[in-house]
Design a protein around this ligand. Structure first.
Ligand code: NDP
Length: 338
Protein backbone atom coordinates (compact mmCIF):
# COMPACT_ATOMS: atom_id res chain seq x y z
CA UNK A 1 0.00 0.00 0.00
CA UNK A 2 1.37 3.44 -0.84
CA UNK A 3 0.07 6.58 0.86
CA UNK A 4 0.33 9.73 -1.21
CA UNK A 5 0.28 12.83 0.99
CA UNK A 6 -0.64 16.41 0.21
CA UNK A 7 0.74 19.05 2.58
CA UNK A 8 -1.67 21.87 3.39
CA UNK A 9 0.64 24.63 4.60
CA UNK A 10 4.26 25.33 3.72
CA UNK A 11 5.12 25.32 7.41
CA UNK A 12 8.14 25.05 9.68
CA UNK A 13 6.86 21.92 11.42
CA UNK A 14 6.43 20.10 8.11
CA UNK A 15 9.91 21.12 6.99
CA UNK A 16 11.58 20.27 10.30
CA UNK A 17 9.80 17.02 11.18
CA UNK A 18 6.83 15.82 9.16
CA UNK A 19 8.31 15.55 5.68
CA UNK A 20 11.01 13.27 7.04
CA UNK A 21 8.48 11.35 9.14
CA UNK A 22 6.31 10.64 6.07
CA UNK A 23 9.31 9.62 4.00
CA UNK A 24 10.57 7.39 6.82
CA UNK A 25 7.61 5.09 6.07
CA UNK A 26 8.38 2.77 3.18
CA UNK A 27 4.92 3.45 1.74
CA UNK A 28 4.84 7.20 2.45
CA UNK A 29 5.21 9.68 -0.39
CA UNK A 30 4.73 13.45 -0.54
CA UNK A 31 2.91 14.21 -3.77
CA UNK A 32 2.08 17.91 -3.39
CA UNK A 33 2.32 20.99 -1.20
CA UNK A 34 -0.07 23.92 -0.96
CA UNK A 35 0.88 27.42 0.16
CA UNK A 36 -1.42 30.42 -0.14
CA UNK A 37 1.47 32.16 -1.90
CA UNK A 38 2.44 30.61 -5.29
CA UNK A 39 6.11 31.69 -5.07
CA UNK A 40 6.45 30.23 -1.58
CA UNK A 41 4.75 27.03 -2.76
CA UNK A 42 7.23 26.64 -5.61
CA UNK A 43 10.26 27.46 -3.48
CA UNK A 44 9.12 25.11 -0.69
CA UNK A 45 8.47 22.29 -3.18
CA UNK A 46 11.90 22.76 -4.75
CA UNK A 47 13.72 22.91 -1.40
CA UNK A 48 11.93 19.80 -0.13
CA UNK A 49 11.89 17.80 -3.33
CA UNK A 50 8.08 17.75 -3.67
CA UNK A 51 6.88 17.18 -7.26
CA UNK A 52 3.81 19.44 -7.25
CA UNK A 53 3.33 22.96 -5.83
CA UNK A 54 -0.14 24.51 -5.76
CA UNK A 55 -1.67 27.62 -4.23
CA UNK A 56 -5.32 26.67 -3.81
CA UNK A 57 -7.04 24.03 -1.73
CA UNK A 58 -9.08 22.87 -4.74
CA UNK A 59 -5.91 22.20 -6.71
CA UNK A 60 -4.40 20.24 -3.84
CA UNK A 61 -7.54 18.18 -3.22
CA UNK A 62 -7.84 17.56 -6.97
CA UNK A 63 -4.34 16.06 -7.11
CA UNK A 64 -3.69 12.32 -6.89
CA UNK A 65 -3.41 12.08 -3.09
CA UNK A 66 -4.80 9.80 -0.37
CA UNK A 67 -4.24 11.93 2.73
CA UNK A 68 -3.55 15.49 3.81
CA UNK A 69 -1.42 16.85 6.62
CA UNK A 70 -2.76 20.24 7.78
CA UNK A 71 -0.18 22.53 9.39
CA UNK A 72 -1.37 26.00 8.54
CA UNK A 73 -2.12 28.59 11.21
CA UNK A 74 -4.91 27.50 13.52
CA UNK A 75 -7.80 29.58 12.18
CA UNK A 76 -7.53 27.76 8.81
CA UNK A 77 -7.68 24.17 10.07
CA UNK A 78 -11.51 23.99 10.19
CA UNK A 79 -12.35 24.92 6.59
CA UNK A 80 -9.34 23.02 5.20
CA UNK A 81 -10.20 19.86 7.14
CA UNK A 82 -13.87 20.01 6.16
CA UNK A 83 -12.93 20.40 2.48
CA UNK A 84 -10.44 17.52 2.64
CA UNK A 85 -12.98 15.30 4.37
CA UNK A 86 -15.56 16.15 1.72
CA UNK A 87 -13.01 15.18 -0.94
CA UNK A 88 -12.58 11.80 0.80
CA UNK A 89 -8.99 12.35 1.95
CA UNK A 90 -7.67 11.03 5.26
CA UNK A 91 -6.71 13.92 7.54
CA UNK A 92 -3.86 14.34 9.99
CA UNK A 93 -4.44 17.78 11.50
CA UNK A 94 -2.18 19.85 13.70
CA UNK A 95 -3.22 20.93 17.14
CA UNK A 96 -5.24 22.82 18.16
CA UNK A 97 -7.74 21.27 15.76
CA UNK A 98 -9.56 24.60 15.51
CA UNK A 99 -10.11 27.83 17.43
CA UNK A 100 -13.06 26.43 19.41
CA UNK A 101 -14.00 22.99 20.65
CA UNK A 102 -17.38 23.36 18.89
CA UNK A 103 -15.54 23.64 15.55
CA UNK A 104 -13.33 20.66 16.45
CA UNK A 105 -16.45 18.61 17.13
CA UNK A 106 -17.76 19.56 13.66
CA UNK A 107 -14.56 18.36 12.01
CA UNK A 108 -14.48 15.06 13.85
CA UNK A 109 -18.18 14.41 13.24
CA UNK A 110 -17.75 15.09 9.50
CA UNK A 111 -14.80 12.66 9.35
CA UNK A 112 -16.86 9.98 11.06
CA UNK A 113 -19.74 10.39 8.60
CA UNK A 114 -17.30 10.28 5.66
CA UNK A 115 -15.57 7.17 7.04
CA UNK A 116 -12.09 8.61 6.64
CA UNK A 117 -9.22 8.38 9.15
CA UNK A 118 -8.80 11.57 11.19
CA UNK A 119 -5.91 12.11 13.60
CA UNK A 120 -4.55 14.93 15.76
CA UNK A 121 -0.80 15.48 15.67
CA UNK A 122 -0.16 15.29 19.43
CA UNK A 123 3.42 14.06 19.04
CA UNK A 124 4.18 13.59 22.75
CA UNK A 125 2.04 10.45 22.97
CA UNK A 126 4.58 8.90 20.65
CA UNK A 127 7.53 9.59 22.93
CA UNK A 128 9.08 6.46 24.43
CA UNK A 129 9.40 8.33 27.75
CA UNK A 130 5.66 9.00 28.00
CA UNK A 131 4.81 5.48 26.91
CA UNK A 132 7.13 4.07 29.59
CA UNK A 133 5.43 6.26 32.22
CA UNK A 134 1.97 5.20 31.07
CA UNK A 135 2.99 1.52 31.16
CA UNK A 136 4.52 1.85 34.64
CA UNK A 137 1.36 3.51 35.97
CA UNK A 138 -0.93 0.96 34.30
CA UNK A 139 1.20 -1.85 35.81
CA UNK A 140 0.66 -0.36 39.27
CA UNK A 141 4.31 0.48 39.85
CA UNK A 142 3.52 3.76 41.68
CA UNK A 143 0.35 2.45 43.32
CA UNK A 144 -2.59 4.84 43.11
CA UNK A 145 -1.68 8.02 41.18
CA UNK A 146 -2.34 11.05 43.39
CA UNK A 147 -0.79 14.10 41.74
CA UNK A 148 1.10 15.16 38.61
CA UNK A 149 3.28 18.11 37.61
CA UNK A 150 4.12 19.18 34.08
CA UNK A 151 6.98 21.61 33.41
CA UNK A 152 6.61 22.85 29.85
CA UNK A 153 7.74 26.44 29.82
CA UNK A 154 10.25 27.02 27.05
CA UNK A 155 11.70 29.90 25.05
CA UNK A 156 9.96 30.40 21.71
CA UNK A 157 12.77 30.37 19.12
CA UNK A 158 13.32 33.60 17.16
CA UNK A 159 12.11 32.02 13.89
CA UNK A 160 8.73 31.15 15.49
CA UNK A 161 8.14 34.57 17.08
CA UNK A 162 5.42 35.41 14.53
CA UNK A 163 1.68 34.72 14.61
CA UNK A 164 1.94 32.84 17.94
CA UNK A 165 2.66 36.10 19.77
CA UNK A 166 0.95 38.68 17.56
CA UNK A 167 -2.27 37.25 16.12
CA UNK A 168 -5.19 36.31 18.35
CA UNK A 169 -7.27 35.75 15.19
CA UNK A 170 -4.83 33.00 14.08
CA UNK A 171 -5.14 31.19 17.41
CA UNK A 172 -1.94 32.60 18.91
CA UNK A 173 -1.01 32.37 22.59
CA UNK A 174 0.71 29.77 24.68
CA UNK A 175 -2.47 28.03 25.82
CA UNK A 176 -3.61 26.98 22.33
CA UNK A 177 0.01 26.22 21.47
CA UNK A 178 1.34 24.28 24.47
CA UNK A 179 -1.43 23.73 27.04
CA UNK A 180 -3.24 21.56 24.48
CA UNK A 181 -0.19 19.26 24.41
CA UNK A 182 0.02 19.14 28.21
CA UNK A 183 -3.67 18.32 28.58
CA UNK A 184 -3.28 15.53 26.03
CA UNK A 185 -0.09 14.14 27.58
CA UNK A 186 -1.64 14.12 31.05
CA UNK A 187 -4.67 12.24 29.70
CA UNK A 188 -2.46 9.76 27.86
CA UNK A 189 0.04 9.05 30.64
CA UNK A 190 -2.54 8.91 33.44
CA UNK A 191 -5.24 7.09 31.47
CA UNK A 192 -7.63 9.59 33.06
CA UNK A 193 -9.61 12.63 31.92
CA UNK A 194 -9.57 16.19 33.31
CA UNK A 195 -12.91 17.43 34.59
CA UNK A 196 -12.04 20.91 35.87
CA UNK A 197 -9.31 23.56 35.53
CA UNK A 198 -8.30 26.76 37.20
CA UNK A 199 -5.72 28.90 35.41
CA UNK A 200 -3.71 32.08 35.56
CA UNK A 201 -2.11 33.50 32.43
CA UNK A 202 0.40 36.29 31.96
CA UNK A 203 1.97 38.46 29.27
CA UNK A 204 5.57 38.47 30.39
CA UNK A 205 6.99 40.67 27.65
CA UNK A 206 7.04 38.62 24.47
CA UNK A 207 3.42 38.37 23.32
CA UNK A 208 1.44 41.42 22.22
CA UNK A 209 -2.17 42.07 21.16
CA UNK A 210 -3.49 40.86 24.51
CA UNK A 211 -2.14 37.34 23.97
CA UNK A 212 -0.72 35.29 26.83
CA UNK A 213 2.87 33.98 26.75
CA UNK A 214 2.75 32.14 30.08
CA UNK A 215 0.15 29.99 31.86
CA UNK A 216 -0.16 28.00 35.05
CA UNK A 217 -3.05 25.59 35.27
CA UNK A 218 -4.39 23.39 38.05
CA UNK A 219 -6.39 20.39 36.88
CA UNK A 220 -8.75 18.01 38.63
CA UNK A 221 -9.14 14.56 37.06
CA UNK A 222 -12.04 12.10 37.13
CA UNK A 223 -10.18 9.79 39.54
CA UNK A 224 -9.62 12.66 42.01
CA UNK A 225 -5.98 13.16 40.97
CA UNK A 226 -4.86 16.80 40.84
CA UNK A 227 -2.23 18.14 38.46
CA UNK A 228 -0.44 21.36 37.71
CA UNK A 229 1.03 22.45 34.41
CA UNK A 230 3.23 25.40 33.47
CA UNK A 231 3.42 26.54 29.87
CA UNK A 232 5.50 29.45 28.62
CA UNK A 233 7.27 31.07 25.66
CA UNK A 234 9.59 33.29 27.68
CA UNK A 235 11.82 31.16 29.93
CA UNK A 236 15.21 30.38 28.43
CA UNK A 237 16.63 28.20 31.17
CA UNK A 238 13.72 26.35 32.79
CA UNK A 239 14.12 22.88 31.23
CA UNK A 240 11.11 20.58 30.90
CA UNK A 241 9.77 17.70 32.96
CA UNK A 242 6.83 15.54 33.92
CA UNK A 243 6.23 13.97 37.33
CA UNK A 244 3.53 11.62 38.56
CA UNK A 245 3.35 10.89 42.27
CA UNK A 246 1.49 7.86 43.57
CA UNK A 247 0.80 6.06 46.86
CA UNK A 248 3.69 3.62 46.30
CA UNK A 249 6.12 5.56 44.14
CA UNK A 250 6.95 8.52 41.96
CA UNK A 251 7.86 8.84 38.31
CA UNK A 252 10.20 11.74 37.64
CA UNK A 253 10.93 12.46 33.98
CA UNK A 254 13.34 15.16 32.83
CA UNK A 255 13.67 16.87 29.46
CA UNK A 256 10.71 14.96 28.01
CA UNK A 257 8.33 17.76 26.91
CA UNK A 258 10.14 18.12 23.63
CA UNK A 259 10.00 17.20 19.96
CA UNK A 260 13.00 14.88 20.19
CA UNK A 261 13.22 11.31 21.56
CA UNK A 262 15.41 12.39 24.49
CA UNK A 263 15.21 12.69 28.28
CA UNK A 264 15.08 10.29 31.20
CA UNK A 265 12.47 8.66 33.43
CA UNK A 266 13.25 7.75 37.04
CA UNK A 267 11.04 5.46 39.15
CA UNK A 268 11.45 6.05 42.89
CA UNK A 269 9.84 3.63 45.35
CA UNK A 270 10.57 2.06 48.74
CA UNK A 271 13.01 -0.20 46.87
CA UNK A 272 15.12 2.74 45.71
CA UNK A 273 15.58 4.38 42.34
CA UNK A 274 15.41 2.79 38.90
CA UNK A 275 16.05 4.45 35.55
CA UNK A 276 13.37 3.21 33.12
CA UNK A 277 14.54 2.32 29.64
CA UNK A 278 12.43 3.28 26.64
CA UNK A 279 12.60 3.32 22.87
CA UNK A 280 14.09 6.36 21.14
CA UNK A 281 12.10 6.27 17.91
CA UNK A 282 11.41 9.65 16.32
CA UNK A 283 8.08 10.87 17.74
CA UNK A 284 6.66 12.10 14.44
CA UNK A 285 7.77 8.98 12.52
CA UNK A 286 5.93 6.83 15.06
CA UNK A 287 2.83 9.00 14.71
CA UNK A 288 2.96 8.54 10.92
CA UNK A 289 3.54 4.78 11.20
CA UNK A 290 0.43 4.45 13.31
CA UNK A 291 -1.57 6.74 11.01
CA UNK A 292 -0.71 4.52 8.03
CA UNK A 293 -1.74 1.46 10.07
CA UNK A 294 -5.03 3.24 10.79
CA UNK A 295 -5.57 3.75 7.05
CA UNK A 296 -5.05 -0.01 6.61
CA UNK A 297 -7.74 -0.52 9.27
CA UNK A 298 -5.36 -2.04 11.83
CA UNK A 299 -5.77 0.50 14.64
CA UNK A 300 -6.63 4.10 15.53
CA UNK A 301 -4.22 7.02 14.97
CA UNK A 302 -2.07 7.52 18.09
CA UNK A 303 -4.11 10.63 18.89
CA UNK A 304 -7.62 10.53 17.43
CA UNK A 305 -9.99 13.35 16.57
CA UNK A 306 -11.71 12.78 19.92
CA UNK A 307 -8.35 13.26 21.65
CA UNK A 308 -8.00 16.55 19.76
CA UNK A 309 -11.45 17.61 20.94
CA UNK A 310 -10.46 16.78 24.53
CA UNK A 311 -7.24 18.78 24.43
CA UNK A 312 -8.87 21.81 22.83
CA UNK A 313 -11.78 21.71 25.27
CA UNK A 314 -9.28 21.61 28.13
CA UNK A 315 -7.28 24.55 26.71
CA UNK A 316 -10.45 26.52 26.04
CA UNK A 317 -11.50 25.91 29.65
CA UNK A 318 -8.10 27.13 30.89
CA UNK A 319 -8.46 30.36 28.91
CA UNK A 320 -12.01 30.81 30.16
CA UNK A 321 -10.83 30.30 33.74
CA UNK A 322 -7.99 32.81 33.32
CA UNK A 323 -10.46 35.37 31.99
CA UNK A 324 -13.20 34.79 34.56
CA UNK A 325 -11.07 34.09 37.63
CA UNK A 326 -13.18 30.99 38.31
CA UNK A 327 -12.64 27.24 38.00
CA UNK A 328 -14.15 25.90 34.77
CA UNK A 329 -15.64 22.46 34.09
CA UNK A 330 -14.42 20.46 31.09
CA UNK A 331 -16.83 18.39 29.01
CA UNK A 332 -15.69 17.31 25.54
CA UNK A 333 -19.31 16.84 24.40
CA UNK A 334 -20.41 20.30 25.48
CA UNK A 335 -17.23 22.41 25.67
CA UNK A 336 -16.07 24.35 28.71
CA UNK A 337 -18.44 25.72 31.35
CA UNK A 338 -18.07 28.15 34.20
P1 NDP B 1 4.63 28.39 10.50
O1 NDP B 1 4.50 29.80 10.91
O2 NDP B 1 5.97 27.89 10.10
O3 NDP B 1 3.63 28.05 9.29
C1 NDP B 1 2.27 28.39 9.34
C2 NDP B 1 1.87 29.08 8.05
O4 NDP B 1 2.51 30.34 7.99
C3 NDP B 1 2.29 28.31 6.81
O5 NDP B 1 1.27 27.45 6.43
C4 NDP B 1 2.56 29.43 5.81
O6 NDP B 1 1.42 29.73 5.05
C5 NDP B 1 2.90 30.63 6.67
N1 NDP B 1 4.36 30.84 6.63
C6 NDP B 1 5.34 30.05 7.12
N2 NDP B 1 6.55 30.58 6.91
C7 NDP B 1 6.34 31.74 6.25
C8 NDP B 1 7.19 32.74 5.73
N3 NDP B 1 8.51 32.66 5.84
N4 NDP B 1 6.62 33.79 5.10
C9 NDP B 1 5.29 33.89 4.98
N5 NDP B 1 4.42 32.96 5.45
C10 NDP B 1 4.95 31.91 6.07
O7 NDP B 1 3.99 27.54 11.68
P2 NDP B 1 4.43 26.22 12.43
O8 NDP B 1 5.02 25.22 11.53
O9 NDP B 1 5.20 26.57 13.63
O10 NDP B 1 2.97 25.72 12.94
C11 NDP B 1 1.99 25.29 12.03
C12 NDP B 1 0.93 24.46 12.73
O11 NDP B 1 1.54 23.33 13.33
C13 NDP B 1 0.18 25.17 13.87
O12 NDP B 1 -1.15 24.67 13.91
C14 NDP B 1 0.92 24.72 15.12
O13 NDP B 1 0.10 24.75 16.29
C15 NDP B 1 1.30 23.31 14.74
N6 NDP B 1 2.54 22.82 15.37
C16 NDP B 1 2.53 21.59 15.95
C17 NDP B 1 3.65 21.04 16.51
C18 NDP B 1 3.62 19.65 17.05
O14 NDP B 1 4.65 19.19 17.53
N7 NDP B 1 2.53 18.93 16.98
C19 NDP B 1 4.92 21.81 16.56
C20 NDP B 1 4.85 23.09 15.86
C21 NDP B 1 3.69 23.55 15.31
P3 NDP B 1 1.26 29.13 3.58
O15 NDP B 1 1.20 27.67 3.75
O16 NDP B 1 0.01 29.72 3.06
O17 NDP B 1 2.49 29.56 2.83
Amino acid sequence: MSVRWGLIGASTIARQFMINAIRAQGEGEIAAVMSSNPERATAYARENNIPLAVSTLDALLGADIDAVYISTTNELHLEQALAAIEAGKHVLCEKPLALTSADARRMVAAAKVAGIVFGTNHHLRNAGAHRAMRDAIAAGRIGKPIAARVFHSVYLPDNLQGWRITKPEAGGGVVLDITVHDADTLRFVLGDDPVEVSAFTQSAGMAGSGLEDGAMCIWRFKSGLIAQSHEGFTTKFAGTGFEVHGSEGSLIASNVMTQKPVGSVLLRTANGEEELSFDREDLYARSLRQFHAAIRGDCQPSATGEDGIWSLTAAEAALQSANSGKAVKIDPKLGSMN
